[in-house]
Ligand binder design. Structure first.
Ligand code: ADP
Ligand code: MG
Length: 695
C-alpha cells in the first residue's frame, strides 16, 4: 500500500530551509500555496521557523504522527536519517537528494546502507534523486514536489522516471485544461517502482487514465505482469524515448541487432495492451479524450460539421488512424431530413451548415447516438458569429454528459473574445474534449479507438507442445556447454529442431567425401552440400553452400573442393541436405534480452534479410494469435499468399513452426541467439534448411 506516500496526513521536511531559492524551502511553499490539508513539520537544526511554520530540531521532537518525510540533506547523512524515520514510525520517504547509485561506487554503497535501514524500520523509499509526488484530491491537496505547475484536480495520473518529462507532461495537461489526479516522478527508483505505482493507481477509483513515460525497465517481467493487469482495467498511455538508436541498429546483421536495443519496450507495451505514443503532445491530447469519454465499441465514426473543408481533413485523418466513416442507415437519413435545414448535407459527414442552431445540432447528435452503425461522434464546430454558439455548446455538452458514445470536438474559434470563451467553458463543463484543429481532434479519437481494439484483443495463452523432447535438446546444449562451444554444430542444431518437431529438410553430417556420397544416396538426389564449422557464420559468403548436386561424383567433387578452400578454418564437416528449390524463403529467429527472456523474429528470409528488413518481433512465449499477427504484419505479406500466379505458402504450418520455436526457447533459456534462415515455405509444407544456435 502506498497510502503513506500518496495520501500523507502529515509531512516532515528534513532539510527545510529558510532560503527562498532552495528545494527545502520550495517544497514547503508548494504545500502551503497548493493548500495542503495535513500538517507540515519543517526540520531544521537552527531556524525556529520556516516560512512561518514552527520548525523542529529533529524528527524525534515532532509532536504528532508523520506519514511522509522529504529528505533534502547531503547524501552521507541519509542512512542515519532513514533510521530516525523508522524510529518515528514514518512509513514513506521521498529522497530528493542526489549522490547515490547515479554517482558510482561510493553513492551505491550509501544507497545500500539507507535501504537496509529503511527495510529494518519499515520505511518505503521513493527516489532518491527525484522530484516527489502530487495528489490533487481536493480533500488533501498534497504537493510534495519541487516543481512549479499547480494542476487542476482531475482524473489523469502521471508517472515518469524523468522529472523533466514528468513536469513537461504536467504542464501540457495544465495548458490543455486537463485535470490531473496524481503525479509521481521517482528518479533512481531504488525501492518503490513504476509497476508498484501502476498497481496502486489501477486500484484508485479517482484515476481514469494513466500516463507513463519511461526510458526502460529495471525488471521488464515485473512490469509485464502488472501492466497487463492494470491496462485491462483502465487505459495506460505510454511513451518511451530513445527510438532513433534503434533505426541505426536495425541495419546490422543478426536477429539480436535487427531487433535493436529499444524494440523490447514497444513489444512490452503491445503485449500488455498499453497504448504507445511516439509524440508527447499527441499522448497528452489523447489523454484529454480518455479523461472524460467512454471507450468506443468499434471503429465506426459519425461526423457532424457546420463547415465543409475541416470535415474533409478530419475524414482523412480518421481513416488514416483506422476509423471507418460509414454510410448512415435509411432510418437515420429520413430523420435527419425531417429535422435539419433544407440546405444541410444528409450523409456522413452530416453537414448541418453554418446557420444551424442548437436544435439542429441536437437533432443530428440524437440521430448518431441512436444509429447502430456508429460507435463514436466527431464534431466540427466553428463559432459562426450569426448563431447562438452557447446553445450549440449546451447541446454538445448535454450529449457528452450522457456518456453513451464517445465524442470529440474540433472547436474552431477565437478565444481572445469573451463570448467564445463562454462557449468554450460550456463545452468544458460538459467534459467535451476540444481541440483547435481537425487533425488533433481526429488523432485523439483515433487513440480512443486504438485502445478499444487493444482491450478487446485476446492473445490467448501459449500452447503446450505434445511430443516435444526437451530432455534430448537439453542434453545437446549441455554437452556443447561442457565442451566450451558457444556456436552449436549442424548436428546439434538439427537434432534440437527435430526434438521439437520443427520440420527440417532431410539431412546428414559427413566427415569425408565417401561418407557424403553415401549420405546423399540415403537422402536422395538432388542434394545440397554445406561446409559445417564453428568458425563459419555465413556459409554462402565464402562459397560454403553448393546446391543442386545430382550425383555421387558431384558430391565427392564438392566435398574435395570445400576441403581445399575452407579446410584452413580448422576441422570441417559437411552437411548433406535435400535440395528443396522454389520455396518462399522466410526467417524465424530469436535473441535473448536481459531481464525479459527471448524476442522472436519472423520475416522474409534468405541471404537478403538484411537488405529487405521486413521482419517483425514478439516477446516469447508467442501465442497462436500473436504468431498469426506476425504473418499479417509483414510489409510484403501478400507474398505469403502468392502473387502473379505463384503459389502461396501454408500459413498455418508457418504459424506452427513459430510456436515450436517459441516452445523451444521457453525450455532452453541458455540460447542467446537462434536463426532459422531460410525456412523454405511451400504450398503445403515448410522446412528449415539452415539453422544457427548460439548459447
Ligand atoms: P548461409 O546462410 O550460411 O549462407 P544457407 O544454408 O542459408 O547458408 O544457404 C544459403 C542459401 O542457399 C539459402 O538462402 C537458400 O537460398 C539456398 N539453400 C540452402 N539450402 C538449401 C536447400 N536445402 N534447398 C534449397 N535451397 C537451399
Ligand atoms: Mg542461412
Amino acid at each position: 500500500m502506498l497510502d503513506a506516500l500518496f495520501k500523507p496526513r502529515a509531512v516532515a521536511i528534513v532539510g527545510a530551509s529558510t532560503k527562498e531559492l532552495s528545494i527545502g524551502n520550495v517544497i514547503i511553499r508548494n504545500l502551503q500555496e497548493y493548500g495542503y490539508k495535513g500538517a507540515i513539520y519543517p526540520i531544521n537544526p537552527t531556524a525556529p521557523d520556516v516560512r512561518g511554520i514552527k520548525a523542529y530540531k529533529s524528527l524525534s521532537e515532532v509532536p504528532g504522527e508523520v506519514d511522509l518525510a522529504h529528505i533534502i540533506i547531503p547524501a552521507k547523512f541519509v542512512p542515519q536519517t532513514i533510521e530516525e524515520c523508522g524510529r518515528k514510525g514514518i512509513k514513506a520517504v521521498v529522497i530528493n537528494s542526489a549522490g547515490f547509485s547515479e554517482m558510482g561506487e561510493e553513492g551505491k554503497k550509501l544507497q545500500e546502507a539507507f535501504l537496509a535501514n529503511a527495510r529494518r524500520g519499515g520505511v518505503r523509499v521513493f527516489g532518491p534523486n527525484c522530484q516527489g509526488i502530487i495528489n490533487t484530491d481536493p480533500a488533501l491537496r498534497a504537493y510534495c514536489n519541487f516543481t512549479f505547475t499547480y494542476p487542476e484536480a482531475g482524473s489523469v495520473s502521471v508517472v515518469a522516471l524523468s522529472g523533466g518529462v514528468g513536469a513537461l507532461i504536467m504542464q501540457a495537461l495544465f495548458d490543455l485544461g486537463i485535470g490531473m489526479r496524481m503525479y509521481a516522478s521517482n528518479g533512481n527508483a531504488c525501492d518503490i517502482s513504476i509497476p508498484e505505482i501502476l498497481r496502486y493507481w489501477g486500484d484508485d477509483e479517482g484515476t481514469k487514465a494513466i500516463l507513463l513515460y519511461t526510458e526502460g525497465f529495471s525488471d521488464p517481467n515485473e512490469f509485464l505482469a502488472v501492466a497487463r493487469e492494470v491496462a485491462r482495467r483502465k487505459p495506460v498511455l505510454a511513451m518511451k524515448a530513445g527510438r532513433t538508436e534503434q533505426g541505426a541498429k536495425a541495419a546490422s546483421s543478426h536477429t539480436g541487432s535487427l531487433a535493436g536495443v529499444d524494440i523490447a519496450t514497444e513489444l512490452i507495451f503491445e503485449k500488455t495492451g498499453i497504448l504507445s505514443f511516439t509524440d508527447e503532445g499527441a499522448m497528452v491530447r489523447a489523454a484529454k479524450a480518455f479523461a472524460s469519454q467512454p471507450v468506443p465499441a468499434g471503429n465506426r465514426v459519425g461526423i457532424i460539421t457546420n463547415t465543409g473543408g475541416p470535415a474533409v481533413i478530419a475524414t482523412d485523418v480518421l481513416v488514416a488512424s483506422g476509423l471507418d466513416v460509414p454510410k448512415l442507415s435509411d432510418g437515420s437519413i429520413a430523420r435527419l431530413k425531417e429535422t435539419l435545414l433544407p440546405e444541410a448535407a444528409i450523409e456522413n459527414p452530416v453537414d448541418v451548415v453554418a446557420t444551424a442552431g442548437g436544435a439542429h445540432f441536437r437533432a443530428a447528435l440524437d440521430v448518431l447516438l441512436e444509429e447502430d452503425g456508429v460507435d463514436s461522434i466527431f464534431m466540427n464546430f466553428v463559432t459562426a458569429p450569426f448563431t447562438d454558439t452557447h446553445a450549440v455548446a449546451r447541446e454538445i455538452a448535454a450529449v457528452s454528459r450522457m456518456g453513451k458514445k464517445p465524442i470529440v470536438c474540433n472547436f474552431m474559434t477565437d478565444l481572445t473574445q469573451e463570448r467564445f470563451r463562454i462557449t468554450e467553458r460550456i463545452l468544458k463543463e460538459g467534459g467535451v474534449p476540444c481541440y483547435a484543429n481537425p487533425s488533433d481532434a481526429a488523432n485523439a479519437l483515433g487513440a480512443l479507438v486504438r485502445y478499444g481494439r487493444l482491450r478487446q484483443r485476446d492473445i490467448g495463452k501459449p500452447e503446450s507442445l505434445p511430443g516435444a523432447d526437451a530432455a534430448r535438446a537439453r542434453a545437446v546444449v549441455g554437452q556443447a556447454g561442457k565442451e566450451g562451444r558457444t556456436v552449436l554444430s549442424a548436428t546439434d542444431v538439427y537434432t534440437i529442431f527435430e526434438a521439437y518437431g520443427i520440420p527440417v529438410a532431410p539431412w546428414n553430417v559427413a566427415g569425408t567425401a565417401d561418407e557424403a556420397a553415401a549420405a546423399a544416396a540415403r537422402i536422395g538426389y538432388p542434394v545440397v552440400v554445406k561446409a559445417d564449422s564453428e568458425k563459419i557464420d555465413h556459409k554462402s559468403d565464402m562459397g560454403g553452400v553448393v546446391v543442386n548436386l545430382r550425383d555421387a561424383a558431384a558430391v565427392r567433387a564438392t566435398v574435395q573442393d570445400l576441403q581445399g578452400r575452407l579446410g584452413k578454418h580448422g576441422r570441417l564437416n559437411f552437411l548433406v541436405q535435400k535440395f528443396l528449390p522454389g520455396g518462399r524463403e522466410l526467417i524465424v529467429g530469436a535473441s535473448a534480452e536481459r531481464g525479459l527472456g527471448h524476442l522472436v523474429m519472423f520475416g522474409l528470409g534468405g541471404v537478403y534479410v538484411e537488405v529487405l528488413k521486413d521482419v517483425v518481433f514478439k516477446i516469447a512465449p508467442v501465442t497462436r494469435v500473436e504468431a498469426r499477427e506476425m504473418l499479417a504484419s509483414l510489409k510484403a505479406k501478400a507474398l505469403l499468399d502468392g502473387v502473379r500466379g505463384e503459389k502461396g505458402v501454408d500459413r498455418e504450418k508457418v504459424v506452427d513452426l513459430i510456436l515450436r520455436v517459441s516452445a523451444l526457447l521457453a525450455d532452453l533459456p541458455e540460447i542467446r541467439e537462434m536463426d532459422l534462415n531460410p525456412v523454405m515455405a511451400f504450398e503445403n509444407a515448410v522446412y528449415a534448411v539452415d539453422g544457427r544456435i548460439r548459447i
